[in-house]
Design a protein around this ligand. Structure first.
Ligand code: AP5
Ligand code: MG
Length: 223
């Protein structure tokens, strides 16, 4: 069982890398952003509480997101690994995650920090779109479908863009990252879990760097 956190500001490539690792290794992607968007779409109580906050670029309450993560951890008993994408985002969430994991006899293996140049993020985020059916991620310039207008994965021709992907909201999301999320890095550094990866490299090169981190772990484990 491998457990890794992908940490980085909006647009750093957390979702992109999590999806690639999921298809490669069969790990389960736990994205609180995706869970919250699903709740908003479903019109659930959580969705109603989260919608306006997400639109503004602020953070949803620690209690709500931790409950979402706990429910998913319990629902995936067959998983070979978990990739936390966009969670934890505050010190309180980091501590709650530790408690959730230890209650289940699980332990984090890696915290991967995707290091990016903030100026590139607005460009990345404003070009981003996803398949409306299977949620595969694309970008107007950096990741086009192989056949224009057709999803590589499921063949759908319907795509969507996120309501929080506009320049003003992105600035708030970045400010939230700097104020509340980046400060949790020392907590994981003290546990020796953090590896920094160049998130400005090409998508495949970022994946290769993460592969090396996961591979080192495998090599280092006695048979
Ligand atoms: P969330 O959905 O987590 O959004 P985010 O953190 O702002 O991150 P993004 O999804 O925008 O970026 P990403 O790093 O996944 O980048 P991606 O791979 O798509 O959260 C949304 C909202 O939900 C929050 O603002 C908050 O309100 C709420 N929320 C969620 N979790 C919460 C929590 N734990 N606590 C409280 N509130 C929470 O890549 C971006 C684009 O760039 C794509 O188009 C991609 O193709 C392209 N790209 C990726 N990598 C590269 C590369 N190496 N080179 C070139 N292009 C690339
Ligand atoms: Mg994402």
């Amino acid at each position: 069982m491998k457990l890794l956190i992908l940490l980085g500001p909006p647009g750093a490539g957390k979702g992109t890398q999590a999806q690639l690792l999921t298809s490669k290794y069969g790990y389960v992607q736990l994205s609180t952003g995706d869970m919250l968007r699903a709740a908003v779409k479903a019109g659930s109580e959580v969705g109603k509480q989260a919608e306006a906050i997400m639109k503004s670029g602020g953070l949803v309450s620690d209690e709500i997101v931790t409950k979402l993560i706990a429910d998913r951890l319990d629902g995936e008993s067959q998983a070979t690994g978990f990739i936390f994408d966009g969670y934890p985002r505050t010190q309180a969430q980091a501590e709650s995650l530790d408690a959730l994991l230890s209650e289940r006899g699980l332990k984090l293996d890696h915290v991967i920090e995707l290091d990016v140049d903030e100026d590139a993020l607005v460009d990345r985020i404003s070009g981003r779109y996803t398949c409306a059916r299977c949620n595969e991620g694309y970008h107007d310039r950096y990741k086009l479908p192989k056949t224009a207008g057709v999803c590589d994965v499921c063949g759908s021709t319907e795509f969507k863009r996120r309501p929080d992907d506009n320049a003003e909201t992105v600035r708030t999301r970045l400010a939230e990252y700097r104020a509340k999320t980046a400060p949790i890095l020392p907590y994981y550094e003290a546990k020796g879990l953090v590896t920094r990866v160049d998130g400005m490299a090409d998508i495949e090169d970022v994946t290769a760097s993460i592969d090396r981190i996961l591979g080192e772990e495998t090599v280092g484990t006695p048979a």
